[in-house]
Design a protein around this ligand. Structure first.
Ligand code: G3P
Ligand code: MG
Length: 352
């Protein structure tokens, strides 16, 4: 399969999509991938959205609550796993809206937690004083009494500024960002409680609670294991329950990600950007008649698409969290199929 360079990538899209006037948002975990393996015939299904030269015919993006890598890196990873050219613009992750908070915290000390490269993600968005949870915890002697019993791979986040220990210890943490699923829950809950209850200076008792942001609030999600795994929402419940037992004021936080309506509004805007890319001849306003959300989680993907209303059309697959025979009772999708391959087949037939 011929992978095209980004400059050529969107050039064929406008005339075609202006006629077709539809776009597709794909959930990743449980629809496109299980762990790091494609599922439901996803590579073949995606290939149908490109022309023979490898240019994009149908505007689509990935709309995931997951994350942990900068969008450019995630796009390369998806390209490699799926065998099609994915541009960074086509990757919208749970933490992508964090970039909008950069003005507020640009030069403030912020801590970024989660798997992958959380600090690299944030510094990519323009945050200038960001420390990963791994690095932050490493500056405090004895902050995690269980550390001697753990064999964790610290330092996997390559992003590390040259800063002195004293410098970090004397600065108040202004915000904590849970970028992706935390790896070491006990250490992260301990250190987040330290940061949040002290006003950003662990070991001291002063100040109001710093801001706390979660990229999403998924209770669970599907990996290669047969039953669902605990997600960021489960971590939030654990942190919140403990914090509210040890502190007088209840935990304050903001969660991003699906099913929030702004995620679907943003996806619509990004799909318009993809369809009317500067490389196409027609850069005028673009109107979608239908936007398809293909997801595996009724409470997150289908609920979100239903709340977002027109022009969203929801399709539920059976390759992930949802394993039922009939439609979901509380959040029924517009269509239920077995796989993403079937979903794309339905869309292309309906739109032809
Ligand atoms: O950590 C990933 C998970 O919570 C959801 O990912 O792609 O199913 O939205 P996705
Ligand atoms: Mg999913």
């Amino acid at each position: 399969f011929n992978l095209r360079s980004p400059s050529r990538f969107f050039s064929n899209i406008s005339p075609e999509s202006n006629r077709s006037s539809f776009g597709i948002a794909f959930d990743i975990d449980g629809v496109i991938l299980l762990g790091s393996s494609p599922v439901g015939g996803s590579p073949g299904a995606l290939r149908r959205l490109y022309d023979d030269s490898g240019a994009l015919k149908i505007p689509f993006l990935f709309l995931t609550n997951g994350g942990g890598l900068p969008e450019s890196k995630r796009a390369s990873e998806m390209s490699r796993l799926l065998g099609v050219h994915v541009s960074p613009l086509q990757v919208v992750q749970g933490h992508s809206p964090f970039r909008k908070l950069v003005n507020r915290f640009e030069n403030e000390l912020v801590v970024a937690a989660g798997k992958g490269e959380p600090a690299a993600v944030m510094s990519n968005y323009g945050f200038k004083n960001v420390v990963s949870m791994d690095e932050y915890a490493s500056y405090f002697d004895n902050i995690d009494p269980l550390a001697p019993y753990k064999k964790l791979m610290f330092g996997q986040d390559g992003h590390k500024e040259l800063r002195s220990r004293e410098n970090v210890l004397s600065q108040r943490v202004q915000a904590a960002f849970i970028v992706s699923d935390p790896v070491d829950w006990s250490r992260d809950i301990q250190v987040l409680c330290d940061i949040l209850r002290t006003g950003g200076l662990p070991g001291k008792e002063i100040g109001p609670q710093p801001h706390l942001y979660f990229a999403s609030d998924d209770l669970d999600y599907q990996t290669a294991f047969p039953t669902e795994r605990l997600g960021m929402g489960a971590f939030r419940i654990a942190l919140e329950s403990i914090f509210n037992r040890i502190h007088d004021n209840p935990l304050e936080y903001t969660s991003f990600g699906k099913p929030n309506p702004f995620v679907f509004k943003n996806a619509e805007d990004v799909l318009k950007e993809i369809a009317t890319s500067p490389h196409s001849s027609n850069q005028g306003s673009h109107h979608f008649r239908t936007l398809y959300m293909i997801g595996d989680n009724p409470k997150i993907d289908i609920r979100g698409a239903r709340q977002a209303g027109t022009p969203w059309f929801s399709i539920l697959t059976r390759t992930g969290v949802f394993k039922g025979k009939d439609n979901h009772a509380e959040f029924p999708a517009d269509l239920v199929v077995d796989t993403v391959e079937e979903a794309v087949d339905f869309i292309l037939t309906r739109e032809s």
